[in-house]
Design a protein around this ligand. Structure first.
Ligand SMILES: *Cc1c(COP(=O)(O)O)cnc(C)c1O
Length: 394
């Protein structure tokens, strides 16, 4: 063997005795086969086999298996983002003439996808009141192939009656998908409550450090996995093992991160509810939150994201007050170690149940900073909002 060949042929080393606690990052496009026969038979390697890097490596399989176990499903599909987790389900199971139902509080890019991508291709969508419960049966016609759930809802936190909605959908032969990003599989398992697809933006709590984008779809029925496999192959969509390695690291600490963030978010929500600058606190753990009873029945604990509705008139000072924050960062895509705050435009995104609150909605994501520092920051924000605008209005 000459040196040029030595450069490209890595020597095989002994791995006997090498047992690490870390999951190795396996990168690959090409997968090689021991003989021509196995190459020609590669398409029979099944869901868990290896044929091409795009379709999985041992690193991605590890994360898939871990999420399947946490969700009580049989297989998990990994996709490049949480948004892709929603759209891949829709692209896989909706055909021209079909219809999907989405809740009014849905993650806004999902509504845009229905309007701008599905509709021009002959796939209709309907929007429903997130608190409709079993009443959704009336909206499910023979064209309705999929009912989408997001609980609690993006930004406004309405908790949905997942078993009632899923039960009504099932009775009419529709599939049910649930965006479970707020709860994570630690706080809620959609498959155990009647959903066919449990979707997560792993970008948030699983990643946990604001440095990766990934999504997952877990199913309990292997036939659904087969259909999505065909979609992903057709689209050429796969995920990077490096992102998966980060997610595998993040998931190890997700339990204590989410538990801590949930405790702090509940405590802050109760304290904020007493502030005169605040009109409403939208947190599933508060009895005033729409759907609180379903949170208490099905979810029971909290993660770290909730929203507050400011008193009308507080906007006058809001930009300056947000910019003056010392610990909270201003930004979207929550779930990391840093606490975030961001104003949200809600009104324009509601078509079924008009949003009647006049004040600005701020979404808060609790991170891992000392809660006293966070509270001092919020306190300063509230003080700034409370003092000047009322003087201005008067
Ligand atoms: C963030 C988020 C998404 C999208 O996740 P990305 O990875 O940012 O695409 C979808 N649904 C919910 C509820 C989210 O919070």
């Amino acid at each position: 063997m000459h040196d040029l060949t030595r450069c490209v042929h890595h020597p095989a080393v002994d791995t006997e005795g090498y047992a690490s606690l870390a999951v190795a990052t396996h990168r690959a496009s090409t997968i090689v086969y021991p003989d021509a026969e196995s190459f020609s038979q590669r398409k029979h390697r099944g869901f868990d086999g290896y044929t091409y890097g795009l379709h999985g490596t041992p690193t991605t399989r590890t994360l898939e298996a871990q999420l399947s176990e946490l969700h009580g499903g049989v297989r998990t599909v990994l996709v490049p983002s949480g948004q892709a987790a929603v759209t891949v389900v829709m692209l896989s199971f909706l055909l021209p003439g079909d219809k999907v139902l989405i809740p009014d509080h849905v993650y806004p890019p999902v509504r845009s996808f229905c309007e701008e991508y599905l509709k021009p291709r002959g796939i209709d969508y309907g929007v429903y009141d997130p608190l409709i419960g079993a009443g959704i049966a009336e909206l499910i016609d023979e064209r309705t192939r999929l009912v989408w759930i997001e609980s609690p809802g993006s930004g406004t936190m309405e908790v949905q009656d997942v078993p009632a909605i899923a039960g009504a959908a099932k009775a009419k032969g529709a599939l049910v998908g649930c965006d479970n990003t707020w709860a994570t599989p630690l706080l809620f398992k959609p498959l155990a409550h009647g959903a066919d697809f449990a979707c997560e933006a792993l970008t948030k709590y699983v990643g946990g450090h604001s440095d990766l984008l990934l999504g997952s779809i877990t199913v309990a029925d292997i036939a659904l996995r087969q259909t999505m496999k065909e979609t992903l192959r057709g689209l050429g969509v796969g995920v990077s093992p490096d992102e998966c390695a980060l997610a595998l690291r993040g998931i190890e600490t997700m339990g204590i991160r989410v538990a801590h963030m949930g405790r702090v978010s509940e405590d802050f929500a109760r304290r904020l509810a007493r502030s005169p600058a605040i009109d409403h606190v939208l947190h599933p753990a508060l009895p005033s939150c729409p759907g609180h009873e379903f949170w208490a029945r099905d979810i029971k604990r909290s993660s770290g994201v909730f929203s507050i509705v400011l008193k009308p008139g507080a906007e006058a000072n809001l930009d300056a007050a947000l910019t003056a924050l010392k610990i909270f960062a201003i930004g979207a895509s929550w779930g990391g170690t840093r606490s975030l705050i961001a104003p949200m435009a809600v009104k324009a995104d509601r078509t079924v149940k008009p949003w009647t609150h006049e004040g600005t909605v701020l979404r808060i994501s609790i991170g891992l900073e000392d809660p006293d520092d966070l509270w001092a920051d919020l306190d300063a924000l509230l003080f700034a909002l409370e003092s000047k605008p009322t003087a201005k209005v008067a």
